[in-house]
Design a protein around this ligand. Structure first.
Ligand code: BGC
Length: 747
């Protein structure tokens, strides 16, 4: 299949120059292009000495790597390696000066002058930190996703970075998995739209522009299906599920031009992705037409030995290259083993050249051969605009989950603030923020002080702070009746290696909420966290509950904007909140059973949890109400067309996200009970009505049958239009055999 944006990465002029270069390169220089180094053995982030010792003990790093770490980062050696053409890319070096320094050596002092590629995890901002990606997905706003990625790109580019290891496009259906924070939630349709928008934001129309960076769709594939939500765990799933649920965001990212792809750490159906020929060659290259290069996850090639999938590092290098893994992130397996493998005839020069060609192609696409040095400079005005955008994004990402009428607060309402997180600016930055600074981040306490409404602040307790009963007593005795309680989890309790088996509020935060409520306080809870949480107690004890997430540099300002009604909450959940941790994985688009969820005894449910989730996919409130009416659906050869009338029945203008779902009622393979198939955001003044028309493209009606054929089966489809996956008007339409036949002819 040819995807236009991927085909654009192959330009005859570049390919000629690459052929010429390949003709001149020594074996060592070729291998160098595939070798990425970082300032620490596991990449660009801080790792403690204890962790290094552990990694040495369990074989993730070698004795030499450990020694190199203990003796500093051996800058001189790396400079010499750059000079000799033995390094193709750096991970985690940032700052225009540092990058340009190394680049000068590569371009001016190495034999062939091939530029380096500087990569970094710019996940939700470089200096201006945006809400974590899961939060931002709740905005359901493609323009916003594109803009925040473009801002992150501009700030990273000004720091000498040419390539970000983002977007993370893994579908995550299990809230215990810490990395759910980094993606767009549980739905593959929304995930695909978000993935494409983020790639457009990072790369722009042309990634060689000075203020853009190359993107990397990761982690290919089904990393989010890690068994039990435990990070790095294996994923065992049908090929149908792999293709229907986990693949669409990657296809969308590639169609938007993603220049690189990072295979996942884990094994998928028994084969680690790093050496998985089926995934990296058949699906990624042959079927999706990917023309860029793949980069392993940190140390992942070497870890194939620990997996038990390779006999030793040489075997791992051989398998990875053969499978289509082009660049080795840090493990050193390629640097150390490829030469011997070539000399022994175990891999061919053609295989090596193919990988080198792809890496060089992307260096050309980034324009590095013409402009190797940092060109983008940020102005003060630009930085101020970035902060304003981060504030808007934080407002748009927050989800109002409960409100008994207490919100919005009147501007002069004095409030008592409790919860340690209220004063933890750094925690607001969330996972994967390398350069965000706590001192440049607005805490909720600081924002309420600015607002002039703070009657007092008592931390009382936090995720990592036990309940201080004296402070709680003071809070209860305070004359101020309205309490804002900031609760949640620490930034590093979600993200990589941060899986949890209990996703209720950690520590004694529930006890604090209970005591305040029992004392008769009006409790407005602000939740700062990186994943869906099982928090029925917190919901019950709160008069209002605002899911702010780890909202980034402007978290505090956004909270104040929303609590005081200057901004209207508009976020809608992109991942289901369970009542209890044991319900995970819990997601709305599950297949039906023969005994569907019902109060009856022999139905598919848990005895000790309510039937419905705590908060369903797509849900969220605002300070007005909407009514849906007159759903009309028709089907023709172009798809299903739905029209519904939406009215703002409240007193404030607000944004509504109209959501359209489908269900294939009878099919040869059991289909999900619902699937998101379209959405549209509209802004309605009080009393205003709008007729919203949405079309479900044939592609969304298709699935893989038991023989792995992509088909649409004619027959009845249920259509649901409304405010969330758990609410809406419904109608049934019939999809004709003509539509199904047209579809088959096209694919
Ligand atoms: C993560 C990747 C990340 C890489 C480089 C790994 O541990 O899984 O998502 O891009 O480190 O920092």
């Amino acid at each position: 299949m040819e995807i236009k944006k991927q085909a654009d990465l192959i330009r005859p002029a570049w390919e000629e120059r690459i052929t010429e270069l390949l003709g001149k390169m020594t074996l060592d220089e070729k291998i160098g292009q595939l070798h990425q180094v970082g300032p620490s053995p596991v990449g660009g982030f801080a790792v403690s000495l204890e962790e290094h010792r552990q990694m040495l003990a369990d074989g993730r790093i070698t004795q030499e790597e450990f020694d190199a770490f203990c003796s500093g980062t051996a800058r001189d050696t790396q400079e010499q390696d750059v000079r000799e053409g033995h390094i193709g890319s750096f991970l985690g070096v940032s700052g225009a000066e540092a990058c340009d320094h190394l680049q000068h050596i590569a371009v001016e002092e190495s034999r062939l002058g091939i530029p380096l590629l500087f990569g970094l995890d710019v996940i939700h901002g470089q200096h201006t930190i945006f809400p974590i990606p899961l939060a931002e997905s709740c905005a359901w706003d493609e323009a916003l996703w594109e803009k925040s990625a473009a801002i992150a790109a501009a700030e990273a580019a000004a720091d000498g970075i040419a390539w970000t290891f983002a977007p993370m496009v893994d579908i995550a259906r299990d809230a215990r998995w810490g990395r759910i924070a980094e993606g767009a939630g549980e739905d593959s349709y929304l995930g695909a739209r978000c993935a494409a928008a983020r790639v457009r934001g990072f790369q722009g129309e042309d990634p060689s522009a000075p203020d853009r960076v190359l993107s990397c769709a990761k982690h290919f594939i089904a990393y989010g299906a890690a068994c039990g939500g435990r990070d790095y765990n294996n994923a065992d799933l049908s090929e149908q599920t792999l293709r229907e649920v986990y693949l669409p965001p990657f296809s969308a990212a590639l169609a938007a031009g993603a220049a690189t792809v990072m295979p996942s750490f884990n094994d998928v159906n028994g084969v680690p992705s790093s050496v998985n020929t089926f995934l990296l060659r058949q699906i990624l290259r042959e079927e999706l037409g990917f023309s860029g290069f793949t980069v392993s996850d940190a140390n992942a090639i070497a870890e194939c030995v620990i997996h038990g999938a390779a006999a030793d590092r040489r075997d791992a290098a051989k398998q990875a290259l053969a499978a289509g893994m082009d660049m080795d992130m840090y493990s050193g397996c390629y640097r150390d083993e490829l030469k011997a493998l070539i000399e022994a005839g175990q891999i061919t020069t053609a295989q090596l050249d193919e990988a080198v060609r792809r890496v060089l192609r992307i260096k050309f696409a980034k324009g590095l051969f013409d402009h190797p040095y940092t060109r983008h400079r940020l102005t003060a005005a630009e930085l101020a605009a970035h902060r304003a955008a981060a504030r808007d994004a934080a407002c748009a990402s927050a989800v109002l989950l409960k409100n008994d009428g207490v919100l919005p607060l009147l501007l002069k309402t004095p409030v008592l603030l409790v919860g340690k997180l209220a004063d933890c600016a750094g925690e607001m930055l969330g996972t994967w923020n390398i350069y965000g600074r706590a001192e440049e981040t607005v805490s909720i306490k600081a924002a309420l002080e600015e607002e002039g409404v703070l009657a007092g602040y008592l931390p009382c307790c936090g995720p990592d702070m036990p309940l201080d009963r004296d402070e709680l007593t003071q809070a209860i005795r305070s004359e101020t009746n309205t309490v804002i309680a900031v609760v949640g989890e620490l930034a590093d309790h979600s993200g990589e290696a941060s899986s949890l088996c209990d996703i209720d509020l950690p520590g004694e935060q529930n006890e604090m909420l209970t005591a305040l409520r029992q004392a008769g306080k009006t409790v407005i809870t602000v939740l700062c966290n990186g994943r869906p949480m099982a928090i029925p107690n917190a919901v019950e004890r709160s008069n209002a509950l605002l899911e702010l997430w780890h909202a980034g540099s402007e978290a505090g300002h956004a909270a104040a904007d929303l609590l005081f009604g200057r901004a209207m909450p508009a976020g809608r959940l992109t991942a289901t909140f369970p009542y209890r941790s044991g319900e995970c994985p819990l997601y709305y688009d599950h297949p039906n059973t023969g005994r569907p969820l019902s109060p009856g005894r022999f139905s598919s449910k848990y005895l000790d949890a309510p039937l419905e989730p705590l908060f369903p996919f797509g849900s969220g409130l605002t300070y007005t109400t909407f009514a849906y009416d007159d759903l009309q659906c028709t089907a023709d050869r172009q798809g299903i067309h739905a029209a519904v009338t939406v009215k703002n029945t409240g007193e404030r203008a607000a944004k509504e996200t109209v959501q359209l779902y489908i269900r294939d009622l009878v099919a040869s393979r059991v289909r999900p009970v619902l699937q998101l198939a379209g959405f549209r955001q509209i802004l309605l003044a009080p009393g205003q009505t709008e007729r919203v028309c949405l079309t479900v493209e044939p592609e969304r009606l298709a699935f893989y049958d038991t023989r792995m054929r992509r088909v649409i089966e004619p027959g009845d489809f249920l259509i649901q239009a409304g405010q969330s996956s758990a609410d809406g008007l419904q109608q049934t339409v019939t999809v004709s055999a003509d539509l199904a036949a047209d579809y088959l002819r096209q694919i």
